[in-house]
Write a protein that binds this ligand. Structure first.
Ligand code: EPU
Length: 427
């Protein structure tokens, strides 16, 4: 397993370009299952989850081609779908594999996918995806860890009114895709409004889908009998951009972040401003962050979009360890997303956990040690802590970070960080 070695204390200076959004690229790749015609995607990030999704689609007999290596352009052509079941070994590494369920059952009236398990951040059930498909006429059963969904008598899914009990990002995306090919009108209430959902709506519309309500909690989808090929460029990754904002701030540096969409980061920018970090929006795709000697503790609670993203919580916690005073951080989306806190405490952070709240007292002098990454965003939080810690931090299990951060070592080194990957050292 690879590790990262970081020698902290260097301010980051320069420019960093943001890649395409992983959490947008994954549903958009799955949407290719809805049509026999090719879907071409640009600005696809070079991260491990994308490779896993490509393998999964190929398993379902889609032809996946890339134009260069490492590639940001993918063409996916699902001329026909087979009923092959992706091995659990493939699916278990990426919960987003559930995104193939809606499109597959809508297109071929049948889908058979591995039930994704829980993960470090919580149980993460998919009951809301399944209940919505059942409302649309699918029969759903689970057996031996696999999900079977079929439309009786080989018919089509039927439009339905679905009110999600809880806001779910991939649930909204799965049912949006299914409803696009269903017979009749589907009205979805209490939908996720994340920019990645809107990006999916934009692709589906290019494919011929009829969807209204983008950016609102109510989506109305008028099902069509067939969708066609399209070309689309994935939106920038707002979590990667937010992570670099914190990197610039925490190291007291000066970073210009390009190829991003500051409009998708309003809550993060507002929170950083409250914590004393100057963020300048230079234009529609560029931001600049400068370090501040006067970081102040500021409370924050994660919320669904447009609130502060749970995927930025670990990174914000790293910043809070360096701020003067107390920051109370509330996590409302996942039940177990504070695993990074105990690793930060081992580095000298003063954090106490009380259920869904973490209380961070700062500033703390962090010192490098051996820490373990538990999930993708926790790893990012630990990298940020390592950048400011005194001495050497070794982060183990960085395969988590490779799932969703493109070239993070190279990008950080290019702006002055002392970070390197140690290859293949078993833990
Ligand atoms: N939930 C249910 N039942 C369901 C679906 C969700 O109870 O059927 C619960 C979940 O357990 C959780 C909450 O609802 O407590 C929200 O989960 P959601 O379904 O919105 O999460 P997700 O779609 O599985 C996506 C991102 C996550 C991100 C969350 C929240 C993708 C591929 N993943 O997950 O990204 O944290 O939304 O914004 O889009 C990451 O990139 O590191 C990551 C974990």
């Amino acid at each position: 397993m690879d590790k990262f070695r970081i020698r902290g204390g260097k301010p980051l200076h320069g420019k960093v370009a943001i890649g395409g959004a992983k959490n947008s690229a994954l549903p958009l790749m799955a949407a290719a299952l809805l049509t026999p015609e090719p879907i071409t995607l640009h600005n696809v990030p070079t991260v491990r989850d994308i490779v896993t999704m490509a393998k999964l689609l190929a398993f379902m007999s889609a032809r996946v081609s890339t134009q260069d290596i490492p590639s940001t352009h993918y063409t996916i052509e699902a001329a026909s779908l087979n009923d092959a079941v992706a091995p659990y070994e493939l699916v278990k590494t990426m919960r987003a594999s559930i995104l193939t369920l809606g499109p597959a059952v809508a297109r071929s009236g049948y889908a058979h996918v591995s039930l994704p398990g829980g993960c470090a951040i919580g149980a993460r059930p998919v009951d809301l995806h399944l209940a919505a498909l059942e409302k649309m006429g699918a029969e759903v059963t689970t057996e031996h860890g696999y999900l079977f969904a079929r439309v009786p008598k080989g018919g089509r899914l039927k439009g339905a009114n679905v009110a999600f009990e809880k806001i779910t990002v991939t649930g909204t995306e799965n049912i949006l895709m299914a409803a696009s090919l269903a017979d009749g009108v589907t009205v979805l209430e209490n939908c996720a409004r994340e920019p990645e959902v809107t990006d999916l709506i934009h692709l589906l519309r290019k494919m011929g889908a009829q969807i209204e309500g983008e950016g609102t909690p109510v989506l109305t989808i008028r099902g069509v009998s067939a969708l066609h090929g399209a070309t689309h460029s994935i939106i920038p990754d707002r979590i990667e951009a937010g992570t670099f904002l914190v990197a610039g701030a925490i190291t007291n540096g000066d970073l210009t972040i390009t190829n991003c969409n500051p409009a998708h980061l309003s809550a993060v920018i507002a929170q950083l401003t409250r914590a004393g970090v100057p963020v300048e929006i230079c234009d529609a795709t560029t931001m600049r962050v400068r370090g501040s000697k006067n970081l102040v503790g500021a409370d924050m609670t994660t919320q669904e979009y447009p609130g502060f993203a749970t995927d930025m919580q670990a990174q914000y916690m790293a910043l809070a360890t360096q701020a003067q005073g107390t920051s109370v951080i509330g996590e409302t989306i996942f039940e177990n997303r504070f695993l990074h806190a105990s690793e930060m405490m081992r580095m000298g952070a003063n954090i106490s956990i009380d259920g869904h709240r973490a209380v961070v007292h700062g500033p703390a002098k962090l010192s490098g040690t051996m820490v373990q990454a538990s999930d993708l965003r926790a790893s990012a939080g630990l990298v940020l802590a390592g950048l400011v810690a005194e001495g050497e931090t070794i982060i183990d299990r960085v395969y988590h970070i490779d799932r969703g951060y493109e070239q993070i070592v190279e990008k950080l080194r290019a702006v002055g960080a002392n970070i390197e990957r140690i290859h293949g050292v078993s833990s």
